[in-house]
Design a protein around this ligand. Sequence first.
Ligand code: MN
Length: 284
Amino acid sequence: MSRPRILLSNDDGIHAVGLRTLAEALAALGEVWVVAPDRERSAASHAISLHQPLRVRQLGPREYSVDGTPADCVYLGLNHLLPEPPDLVVGGINHGPNLGNDVLYSGTVSVAMEGALFGRGAIAVSLCLPDSVRGRTLEAVDFAVAAEFVAKLADAVVAEPMPPGVLLNVNVPYLERAGVRGHKLCRLGYTDWADAVTERHDPRGRPYYWIAGQRNGTDAIGDSDNAAVDDGYISVTPIHYDVTDYRSFTYARHLALAGFDRARDALGDVTLPHPVHPKARRRS
Ligand code: MN
């Protein structure tokens, strides 16, 4: 196979050390295109800009910054900037964890999700930096373990294409290389954020609010991504945009909703196969 084409983005901004380190590691594997926000857009989730113009700056032969969200960057990359569709879309390396329910807010995960929606292979990767480190200059933070793992994973995904619509969400513990015990397949866990709203007052006495909680502990789910990272493992969690909760079919069917029994569903009680993905046919 020819060298794979990889689209790389993030939510920490195009100059982030995590993205730079990953771009270098992936360059050994294939042709890397960077399309990333011109500033930090962490927790932008999957927002796209429908009501304002987007400005793109070309910073290198295959490198562009965009004054939009992470999803804007991938959308522009896939539909306009890249001459051919990429084999793989990668988000990261994020400067902080994206574990459990936090994937819902994550711009990093949305980079990969946007790639998955377009039928591409997709990986999101986050280094689980503690808050005490995240606020400081990150030049000294070693992203190498995470970058090397993603390069290996990307290689494997190119060799064995993922089911369409799926991304792999990777979280790497912030440990010395020798402390990392390996990688583990996980489910999404749950992160509990305490005291999430702080009220303060501006110089004119008007209240304003910070949404910034303290991590109040995580779930006790043995096979969760949170638990794996706590135990020193790199977590790998497959995520699909189909967030149907198959476990709740029975509950929903038994709700007392008059008139809703005229059209019976045919979904059954088991997890369904991957939906037919129209864009998968366009895979190179
Ligand atoms: Mn971020």
